[in-house]
Ligand binder design. Structure first.
Ligand SMILES: NC(=O)c1ccc[n+]([C@@H]2O[C@H](COP(=O)([O-])OP(=O)(O)OC[C@H]3O[C@@H](n4cnc5c(N)ncnc54)[C@H](OP(=O)(O)O)[C@@H]3O)[C@@H](O)[C@H]2O)c1
Length: 289
């Protein structure tokens, strides 16, 4: 199969390029293809003649989106629409990636794909709009929602992956100063190479529609940070913080755990536990994806 990957310079994009190897006929970041430019998207997709158009691009600056909503919607909503329309013209499948931030996190049980979204932030609303526009395009689609993605190089918009930022912050602490990390928001950390593999498996199964995919298990950001410090053998004091005490513009869901039942019902193996993936990520360089 011939794959086109938009947003190929991001955490997931890089992992997809590594996973797919020679099946990638075109891959690029925003410098090679601005997904907000419908003409450019059409030109690149026509030129590449893909079977599958994967959108790994996103405006991922969650706090920035609160004040730059138009820019966030351009990338997260119009971008996927342009890619889906171009995919449709090329008789290709469009694969789009979305987020747990489409939910408000008030539900204690894991969210199923059919649960009603209620984004708390402009970022979440822009990602939900992207899902709706992909569906409305009429193109055959696969939408994969995921959570707390981490991978090599991290997210440029966020200044690195969460574990990398924690380790960086830990080394910059003054003696005795604790690391403060939010403990009242729960997520399912997801390793970009594991997600890339799951997406390729879903495509291989002929899956269409909306799927939730994350690594197994969930934790608070505090527990995620604690585990990163433990694995990296960095010994600094760490204390729990409440989200409302940390300055951030956007509201984030407290408990947006995604149910993977629909994914597993296809007979696909569950992704490994997040802590196992984190250990590989923080392990010796040759095993790092
Ligand atoms: N990061 C998370 O915690 C998280 C959580 C849940 C869901 N997700 C979703 O997972 C997907 C992948 O996220 P990620 O963390 O891998 O993203 P990322 O590392 O932040 O990378 C974003 C990618 O989007 C590209 N991009 C930004 N603006 C663009 C534009 N106008 N035109 C074309 N490309 C553009 C960037 O290109 P350049 O770098 O070349 O500018 C980069 O390749 C996204 O859909 C995201 O919403 C992420």
């Amino acid at each position: 199969m011939r794959y086109l990957i938009a947003g190929a310079t991001g955490q997931l994009g890089r992992a997809l390029v590594a996973r797919l190897g020679n099946d990638v006929v075109w891959a690029g970041g925003s410098a090679e293809l601005d997904v907000t430019d419908a003409d450019a998207v059409g030109r690149v997709v026509r030129g590449a003649r893909p079977d599958v158009v994967v959108n790994a691009s996103a405006w991922n600056d969650v706090d920035g989106a609160e004040t730059l909503g138009a820019a966030a919607f351009a990338v997260n909503a119009l971008g996927p629409l342009h890619l889906a329309r171009a995919a449709s013209d090329a008789a290709a499948l469009v694969v789009h990636v979305s987020t747990d931030f489409v939910f408000d996190g008030a539900q204690q049980a894991p969210y199923a794909e059919h649960d009603c979204p209620r984004p708390l932030s402009v970022y979440g609303a822009s990602k939900l709009a992207g899902e709706h526009l992909v569906i409305a395009s009429g193109c055959p689609y696969l939408i994969v929602r995921t959570s707390a993605l981490f991978g090599r190089g991290g997210s440029r918009a966020k200044g690195g992956s969460f574990p990398d930022r924690i380790l960086e912050r830990a080394t910059a602490l003054a003696p005795g100063e604790p690391l403060r990390v939010v403990s009242d928001q729960v997520c399912s950390p997801t390793y970009a190479p594991d997600l890339a593999d799951a997406i390729v498996r879903l495509i291989g199964k002929g899956a269409r529609g909306l799927y939730h995919v994350t690594n197994q298990g969930s934790c608070t950001w505090y527990a995620f940070a604690q585990e990163a410090l433990r694995v990296a053998r960095v010994d600094v004091p760490i204390v729990e913080a409440r989200a409302r005490d940390i300055a951030s513009r956007a509201r984030r869901p407290g408990h947006a755990i995604l149910s993977k039942e629909r994914f597993e019902a296809l007979g696909l193996p569950p992704l490994r536990p997040w802590a196992e993936a984190l250990a590989e990520y923080l392990g010796p360089a040759p095993t790092r994806h």
